[in-house]
Structures are given as C-alpha cells and as structure tokens.
Design a binder for this molecule. Sequence first.
Ligand SMILES: [Zn+2]
Ligand SMILES: [Zn+2]
Length: 560
Amino acid sequence: MNEHIFIGVAWPYANGPLHLGHIAGAYLPADIFARYHRLKGNKVLMVSGTDQHGVPITIRAEQESATPQEIVDKYHKQFIDCWKKLGISFDLYTTTGTMNHTQVTHDIFVTLLSRGSIYRDSMLQAFCPKCRRFLPDRYLEGTCPNCGFAQARGDECDECGRPLDPADLKQIRCRLCSTTPRFESSEHFFLRLSSFQDELTAWIDKQTHWRRNVLSTSRRFLKEGLRDRAITRDLDWGVNVPQPGFEHKRIYVWFENVIGYLSASKEWANMQGDDVAWQPFWQGDARSFYFLGKDNIFFHALSWPATLIGYGNLNLPYNIPANEFLTIEGRRLSTSRNWAVWVHDYLERYDPDPLRYVLAANMPETGDSDFSWHEFLRRNNNELVATYGNLAHRVLTFAYRNFNGAVPVPGELDGHSLSLLNQTEVTLRDVDSLLYRCEFKGAIKRAMNLAQEANRYLDEQAPWKTIKTEREASAKSVYTVLSVLTALKTIVYSFLPFSSEKLHYFLGFDGNVEEQGWRIQFLPPGQKIRQPQPLFAKLDEDIVAEEASRLGSPNQNQEL
Ligand SMILES: [Zn+2]
Ligand SMILES: [Zn+2]
C-alpha cells in the first residue's frame, strides 16, 4: 500500500495556553489518525506550528508590557511541552515566524498577484486619532447589536458568539484609549475569492465523504456568494507585504497561517536533507487531511483551496474532519472567565492516556459534547481501570506467578476461546474501517467492547480456580486472554499510546507497537513476560470537587 498521507493541524495562536477544547477539536483526532496510518505502514507527514502573528498576540503583549516575540516564545515553548507530554506526534511543529515561512508566503502572494487572483484596492479602516494608528477589528470595542454585551469586539461578540463587523458595534471605541475612532481610506490587497466561486462549488459537490457539518457550512458560504477579502492589514506585526509602499502593512494572518501547511512541509523536507521530500505529500495520489474546529471551516474548505487552485499544481484537501465544540461542565468554554481546563495544568496532575481516552470516547464529531470531571472520573475508573486495565493486570500477574513468568502453552483451543479470538479479528477490521473514515468515537467504543467480552470470558473460565485441578484448561484461557491483549494493545495504540507501549513490554515483546504494524501479532507460547504493573491509576472521588473549584476562578490564562 504505502500511501502518502498529509495531515495538517490548525495552528494555535500564541496568545494563551492550550485548553481541552483545542485538544478535542483538532490535536487529538489528528494524532490518532497519524498513529493509525503509521501502524498501517503508510507514509505520514503531520505538521503544524505556533501561529505567532495576529492581533491577539500584540494585544497580549501590550497588556503584559512585553514584546510580541516574548509572548510568542513563552507559549511556543509551553505548546511543545504539552505535545510531548500528551503524545501528540508531530513530524514537525514549527512557527509562522521562520524565514522559510515568509519566503513561501511571498512566493504564493506574488504568484497570485501576477495572475490577477490578488489585486489592490482601498477600504475604510477604523483610525484612532489619539493613538494615531489604524485599529484592527480586535482593537475595537463596543456594544453588541445582537445581545447588548458592552465589551463586544470588532470581529466577534464574546457573550453571544456572533461574528461582527466593526460597523455593527454601538458606542464604538478604541480598546487602548476608549476614544471614538474615525473611518479612513487605506490601500490593501484583496484575494479575488469571487472568481473561484464556480470551481469551488463544483469541487465541494464532489466531497460526499465529508462530515455533514463541514459540507453544510461550506455550502452555506457558497450560497451566500464568496466575496473578495482583504488579505493585508494596517499592522506592524506579521509577514511583510512584498510590494513597495506597503512597508507599514502586513499580510492578514488567516491568509498567511494556512500557507504554513506548505511551508512547514518544505521545512521538514529540508531537515531530512532532501528539499523535494515534501512533494509526494502534496502532489499525485497523496491524500491530505486537515484537522480543526468548526470555526475554522471557511479558511480550510474555501479560502485555502482557492489559494491552492490559484497557485496550481498542489493537492486540494481530501478531507476536513472538523469537530464541533467541547463544553465544560455543561457551559460554553470561556477563556476570559477561566471556564476551561488547561492542558499544562491537567498534565501536572494526571497521566496523558486517561485524558486522551475520555476526549476520544466523547469526541464532538457530529455535535457539541461535554467534558465534566465526574464523567472523567467515571470513565477512568469504570472503563480504563476496571474494564481494560484490570483485565491486563490480573491476567499478566496470574501468568507471571503461575506459569513461571511466561506465556502458558495452551493445548487445543475450545469453541469459546476460538470465538473470542475470532471476535478479536473482527474488532481489528471494524476499528480499521472506522479509523479510516475518521470515526474516532465509534472506534474506541468498539475496542472497549472487546475488552468487556474478554472480561466476561475470563470470569466464565475462572483460570484461578482451574489452575489447581485442570492446569491445561487454565493455561488455555490465560493464553487466549493474553492473545486478546496482544491485539488490543495495537487496536487502541493510536488512542492510548503510553499504556499500549507498557502492555507491549509486559507481554514480553521487544521494540515498539508501531514497528509491529496494524495486524494481530502472534503471541509465542513460552515467551517470557515481564513483571506487570497496573496500566492505569484509579482516581479518588475527591478530584471532582477539587477540579470543579478551579473552574471560573480568576487566573492569568485567558486568551484574547
Ligand atoms: Zn452579543
Ligand atoms: Zn486609541
């Protein structure tokens, strides 16, 4: 097979720490998908990076009396630490601040300009007479015309979530000094999105394998008609505009950060010592998948494909499995109110696999889903520990003690055992096809069902009883369950990589799970097993109250 799979994951803004919404929305599904394809023996290139431009970062810098670069460096370091601890396995995680990214962005900009897909025009921009500067949307504040919230931003109301235009705001004022701005004409470059309307419509119509929410959102934008969009801004932080007279303007962050998928691929190729190594992931039969939250659908399903068509000779997205939102304890996640669970906080107190499990089992694939600490505790204790972890621990411990630290020699397998092993093969196939279609929630549920079946079998067989009277029957059932576990560590590996590697090791295998590939590995009778440890830790009920008390308390983590 050896397909080329390109995986692009939305670029997080370096203006605040990562929270569970980011992980459930994009990073975890992308990582599960990447690990799955690596197991299948496909060639995977998964890239992303810190989005270091954009107004939220300059606002944060002004608030903290720091330079934008200092803010970026702080969060970029924290993001990399989170990926490592959470096991998000990027092939390259970079930033939009590299020279390479600027060069690739300029190349695309200049090419589209020469073909007429980018043109120059003027537009009205808010200007603060006191600060003597143009004000980007997020530097504007006013009353939301929709819900009356007094601190709505120029681009969005934080209270009701409605996207806004600065002109919509009542009592509009400069966020830095509260002066009422005036609107002045400013020269900018525009992406001629309207000219891609027909081609994009025809292309979207063919994407019948896309998720329904992604298709319907894309079609809604197309139905409203694509309008040309300004892709430069009156700012001094960002990728510069490669045209004379635009020295004080920068390329708009949403035109530029998606180009990061291509520039990161080129950076990765360069690091491999092969400047064209990116091409098999972007041309020909390669398939590209983009993981993001539903608020980014426009930029990935329309604006980025338009840019790719305009530039030419690069694959359009094959799939954009955007997720819906994650609520926290039944309420909309809000960074400004600290109604969020921060990833670095979580990782200080708990292991990565339980979070990966709970978010995957409840992934917001087809509708919003909720994270609660009570549910976290329940799934950790009842499903990970009691169903899967205990199955592994009690059988491994039993074999270790009663069969000389080795996999027992089973003799002939009976109908029960063969039926469970058959179910194991069916599960491998089912999970394969679910993961292939990016149905992560269904896949992990299917895998856990197998663990449940194995528990049932084990309770019926009761090898701890038969060991005294029928040693061969005991050996047979222990061997059968160890075989199921050998398969399970592969089946759940993309979800639970840390505990899968442990199980692989306890079962006596060398190397790692990924090297074994997506298949049921043969468990040799007599193979020495290693002294087992529990795969997961049971958590105390107190965490529910403790964690709930952190929610909504004041802190420094808010995003802007
Ligand atoms: Zn509002
Ligand atoms: Zn001002």
